[in-house]
Ligand binder design. Sequence first.
Ligand SMILES: NC(=O)c1ccc[n+]([C@@H]2O[C@H](COP(=O)([O-])OP(=O)(O)OC[C@H]3O[C@@H](n4cnc5c(N)ncnc54)[C@H](O)[C@@H]3O)[C@@H](O)[C@H]2O)c1
Length: 433
Amino acid sequence: MANTITAIIVGAGHRALLYASYALQHPDRLKIVGVADPDPIRRQKTAQLHGFGQEMCFESAQALAQHPKLADAIINGTMDTQHVETAIPLLERGYDMLLEKPFAVNEAEMWKLQKTAKETGRKVMICHVLRYAPFYVAIKERLLSGEIGDIINIQATEHVSYHHLAVSFVRGKWGNEEKCGAPMLLAKCCHDMDLLMWLKSGIQPHLISSFGSDFQFDPAKKPAGAGKRCMVDCKIEEQCLYSAKKHYIDHPDRWAFYVWDCLEHLEHPTIEDKIRSLQTNNIHGRCVWDCEHTVVDHQSTMIQFEDFSTATLNMIGGTAKPERNIHIIGTKGEIKGVFDDSIFTVRKIDTTSESGWSEEVVDLAIGGDKSGVTGSHGGGDLRLVEDFVQVLQGEQPSISCTNINDSINGHLAVFCAEKARKGGTLFTMPRLG
Ligand SMILES: NC(=O)c1ccc[n+]([C@@H]2O[C@H](COP(=O)([O-])OP(=O)(O)OC[C@H]3O[C@@H](n4cnc5c(N)ncnc54)[C@H](O)[C@@H]3O)[C@@H](O)[C@H]2O)c1
């Protein structure tokens, strides 16, 4: 029987604890034996949940790295700008690592981390959870089988719902690029960019262009009568689609791990505690036009690969329903599907049929798989942890495996797209008339 892998959580936030829940379901495969986090409440809760003592609680990644190696691996769920600074000393200490995306926020630190991984010989897997979602795995298998031939073009679309956009990319942690270090394309769409690279099976992207802007939340567009806090001084709260009351009091469980993390010190916060926090110091109580919002809310990116195939990635924030669409067109057929519905169609050129094509609809019927036992991201979260554990146990990695070298292309494509968006060379159409 394979040995149990031991791991220490570094950054005991929402993501790392979600990955660590795999250990509670499969204690024979993964055991969490320690935590490093500056927050004493999070350290204590993690130690209680996983059953280890104070001696295995550390105040930071850097403090943990002062000790000799205490486990096989690290689950690194720190925030974006801390990934490289927390990862390097621990890789040098000899730990393998499951590292959250984006694993670096700029090119220089990306190469620095890759160099350390290479020099130390440690395994670093990046949390590109969508590669593990059964929907994308099934599509990847179809591509590998050669059914639709060589890929000519991929069209990927990501619709970020209005409530997700507001909680994460307007009011929340990723709304201001200067503070969080990550533009929207990196924070939200590095998964989608990674998927494009993975589906193209390692063929290098060559040319990239990108456009995007803050169409909706520019402070200049603040409606008359809007205040600073929805539940304090706003005259249009009742009509506003982005009212904090409507988002977080009428739906108190939606995005609870972001909205109520400032109340973590309370055992069972009441609705009155929540209202008071939105009225006072909770960042999610702010007017969406008064959040120092600097990231885009929509962005279109176009890529040409070295084999002259092309891809587009359209991210649009503020939609009614969250949805990822993919359409892959090959020389023999095409695959078209909606991730959130878990359904895709494989359509092939069929010279014998009257219509000219044949069609197969694949319904993975994994609706219930999107949360709970296999975590979120269409079932990808905990499948990723399972693969990480298996790789550490010496087994063959799955086709989804996200070692750091595989993840470079996607991140690099994002950095180039951002350079293009912020000031690349463009041709301006001459005005008519
Ligand atoms: N894979 C995905 O689909 C996905 C989805 C959402 C977020 N993320 C990424 O996951 C990461 C974590 O997000 P989160 O919302 O869980 O964050 P979080 O803020 O809840 O947790 C981060 C934790 O790191 C701790 N920390 C700070 N400095 C530290 C240090 N020096 N050493 C150890 N710990 C330290 C903080 O105290 C905090 O508890 C981010 O990079 C985010 O972009 C990934």
